[in-house]
Design a protein around this ligand. Structure first.
Ligand SMILES: CC(C)(COP(=O)(O)OP(=O)(O)OC[C@H]1O[C@@H](n2cnc3c(N)ncnc32)[C@H](O)[C@@H]1OP(=O)(O)O)[C@@H](O)C(=O)NCCC(=O)NCCS
Length: 267
């Protein structure tokens, strides 16, 4: 017979009668604190916290890439076919052009963000290029966003998450406009940009999308720091898991080698 938890109230005590029973002992010397009224101006803070929580529920580990990731960046871009390279760069970049692009990435100036799978393959990456002049308005600061997701990982929101992360990084660097240059036929990219509030200007086969960014805040800085921290943790975790897997595989290989030679010796 299942045992009743000892912390549960006795079944013959009506659950609603407790206040009356307790009031017979006089006023509560330690009343629970009254709910604090919402502070003036806490609305935007609450909205930011709510948005951060929502993002957390669909969290994707995004990592800032560095020089040591160049090899993985090249492998990622090599895996794109001619059409994807055309969509990404505006022309069907050759392997040599991709290699030169990857070698020219300036990690100290720009931000390169990546998403790795469990095998530590770079399945998605974004390049946020800083230091571009804003056309017609030198007071504005602008960064350009470029992205690619491997075909087998598309449609899962990775492109959108990289776009949001890039917008957050740019905002925290004092950039007020995010610029995306895409071919007009690139519906998914233009969809991601317009869904975030970007204004798209079509010019024949090419389109330019402009997203105005709000100034940075304490919340946006914390969000970026958390994202960086958890992205790094996730990568280290995957690396350890891979080392462990490789170790288990090599033990299994050695064991099967000894089993085979033992059988051969018996025969
Ligand atoms: C563009 C690209 C990065 C998108 O990556 P992704 O991970 O598949 O994107 P997401 O899953 O985050 O989002 C795609 C969005 O486009 C929408 N979409 C897909 N195909 C669409 C189409 N034909 N028309 C309109 N919207 C479309 C999806 O519904 C989704 O929107 P939702 O989140 O509101 O449902 C990817 O297709 C890619 O790498 N393409 C090749 C390189 C490239 O084009 N780079 C961009 C130039 S900078």
């Amino acid at each position: 017979m299942p045992r009743k938890p000892t912390t549960a109230p006795p079944s013959d005590t009506p659950a609603t009668g407790w206040d009356e029973v307790l009031s017979a002992f006089g006023p509560d010397p330690h009343p629970p604190p009254a709910a604090a009224p919402p502070e003036e101006g806490s609305g935007p803070l609450l909205a930011t916290a709510r948005a951060a929580l929502e993002r957390l529920s669909t969290w994707v580990p995004i990592r800032s890439l560095a020089r040591r990731h160049r090899r993985r960046i090249i492998d990622h871009l090599f895996a794109l076919d001619a059409r994807d390279r055309y969509l990404r760069f505006g022309y069907a970049a050759s392997d040599e052009q991709i290699r030169r692009y990857a070698l020219s990435l300036d990690f100290s100036r720009d931000e390169v963000l990546g998403i790795f799978n469990r095998r530590l393959q770079l399945v998605a990456m974004a390049h946020l290029a800083y230091g571009l002049p804003a056309p017609g308005d030198p007071a504005r600061t602008m960064a350009e966003f470029g992205v690619s997701v491997l075909p087998e990982s598309r449609g899962r929101g990775l492109g959108r998450r990289l776009f949001e992360a890039a917008a957050l990084h740019a905002r925290n660097r004092g950039i007020d406009t995010l610029f995306i240059h895409a071919l007009s036929e690139n519906r998914p990219m233009l969809h991601i940009a317009t869904a975030a509030g970007a204004v798209v200007e079509r010019d024949g086969s090419e389109s330019a999308a402009w997203l105005r960014l709000p100034p940075d805040s304490f919340g946006s800085q914390v969000e970026q720091a958390l994202e960086r921290h958890f992205g790094e943790l996730d990568f280290q975790f995957k690396r350890q898991a891979r080392v462990l897997n490789d170790f288990v595989d090599s033990v299994a290989e050695v064991k099967s080698h000894f089993d085979a030679s033992g059988r051969a010796a018996k025969e």
